[in-house]
Design a protein. Sequence first.
Length: 85
Amino acid sequence: MKEFQYTITDPVGIHARPAGLLKQEVKKFGSSVQVFKGDAFCDAAKTLKLMGLGIVKGDTITVRVEGDDEDVCAPAIEEFFKNNF
């Protein structure tokens, strides 16, 4: 399992367009990717559930990656967050 924290810098937080792009990025890998906001969490490939977490600018989230390709997936997803959120 790999895990990283990220503080959202996008002025509108996690919204539809980047959440959809995140789904596409996650599907490139075999690993499971979960996004946590406090005690709430969801699969990063579930766009509506991800948006339902209500993640806004300034929120610090935890991203957990588990699977056979987690060593490649986790840094790629972290870079995606830096470029899009």
